[in-house]
Ligand binder design. Structure first.
Ligand code: ZN
Length: 217
């Protein structure tokens, strides 16, 4: 899953206003932010395979360190502990940040082919395979994002006209990017270009979310 993960960021921000939306955008992609550098370093493996599913052009071969259920809990626990240790040590912010990290695995579970390990690469691998249906994948991510946006807009107030329309326009851009991602050709022909473009988008989207959130209170 790609932009659908941000539904969790928007929903968690509406639940805990003190959490940073920009950091929530990074938290929901936390395990991917490690996965792609691990791919570049040869620690985990992705293979570019055109039309591997209707929605993807890659096979996720080996990723126990970032995408096992155990690793997801450990990453979420790590973020929770960091937020409890570093001032202002807000417990509910720590909780929503941890949940954001954990949400990645459960949303991935819906769309991935059985490539998500429970704890190690030799353990059972799960994935409900919605990626095999590109239209259903697109609609699911769009519906999640729309629901997240609705919760976010309902619980915050615009302080400028950018604040009023910005987040809605941003979500439309995310949906457009996802249309290219799901229905378009492979994103470059190497795993390096896939990894670098994914990482660039994660940080760009988090920056945009942070900036737009500053236009609402
Ligand atoms: Zn992932």
């Amino acid at each position: 899953m790609f932009v659908g993960h941000y539904a969790a960021s928007l929903a968690l921000k509406s639940a805990e206003k003190k959490a940073s939306l920009g950091l929530l955008f990074l938290a929901v992609q936390f395990v991917d932010i490690f996965f792609f550098p691990f791919v570049l370093l040869g620690i985990e493996r992705i293979n570019v395979v055109e039309n591997f599913t209707q929605s993807t052009h890659f096979e996720l071969e080996y990723m126990p360190y970032t995408h096992s259920l155990l690793a997801s809990f450990l990453c979420a626990g790590f973020i929770y502990v960091v937020y409890r240790i570093v001032p202002p040590r807000n417990k509910s912010v720590a909780l929503v940040m941890g949940i954001a990290v954990l949400s990645h695995w459960f949303l991935d579970l819906i769309v991935h082919t059985p490539d998500l390990p429970l704890w190690s690469d030799t353990s059972t691998k799960l994935g409900l395979g919605l990626w095999h249906n590109a239209i259903a994948t697109y609609i699911l991510e769009a519906a999640l994002l729309a629901a997240g946006l609705w919760l976010y807009l309902r619980s915050t107030t615009a302080t400028s006209s950018i604040g009023k329309y910005g987040m809605g326009v941003f979500v439309l851009i995310l949906l457009l990017v996802n249309a290219v991602n799901i229905f378009g050709p492979p994103f470059g022909d190497s795993k390096e270009s896939l990894a670098i473009s994914a990482l660039a988008m994660y940080f760009l989207f988090a920056g945009a979310a942070h900036w737009l959130d500053g236009r609402r209170s």
